[in-house]
Write a new protein. Structure first.
Length: 148
């Protein structure tokens, strides 16, 4: 397996793990009603420094979201060269959804957890996860075809 083939499998897989972890942390925060504990956006008052206990989960969620977004962006750069016919469309949609998701994160905080905004934010996260899975699946199929 060549390096590019390896990256086309590993990068989407790791992105999916980061996205899923971010979603789990977000749902956990919402279930505790701590989603507006930290009114500053994108990070809590201490920036990237270790947050006070009352901001820990929300700070961790936002930090995970930043890491997941960067890693998913790197994934999209590598996977866009795939020979899969719909690949460019999926990459364009994912890139747009990542931008929208970041803006929706701001609205979740600024509207003090409006349930409709929170539902949209989670739905976009699930869609990003699903499309990343689709890229992983198609990369795997493409590599298997080359190996046969």
């Amino acid at each position: 397996m060549r390096n590019s083939q390896f990256l086309n499998l590993v990068l989407p897989f790791v992105s999916m793990g980061l996205i899923y972890s971010t979603m789990l942390i977000g749902v956990y925060i919402s279930s505790l009603n701590k989603g507006i504990a930290c009114p500053d956006w994108p990070l809590c008052p201490n920036g990237f420094a270790y947050p006070p206990d009352k901001f820990f989960y929300e700070h961790f969620h936002r930090l995970m979201a930043i890491i997941a977004a960067i890693f998913t962006g790197i994934t999209l750069i590598f996977v866009r060269k795939s020979k899969w016919r719909l690949n460019r469309l999926v990459v364009a949609i994912l890139t747009s959804l990542l931008s929208v998701q970041i803006v929706m994160g701001f609205f979740v905080v600024s509207t003090k957890l409006n349930p409709y905004i929170v539902a949209i934010h989670l739905s976009i996260g699930v869609t990003i996860f699903s499309l990343t899975f689709l890229l992983l699946r198609e990369s795997y199929i493409e590599i298997k075809k080359k190996g046969s």
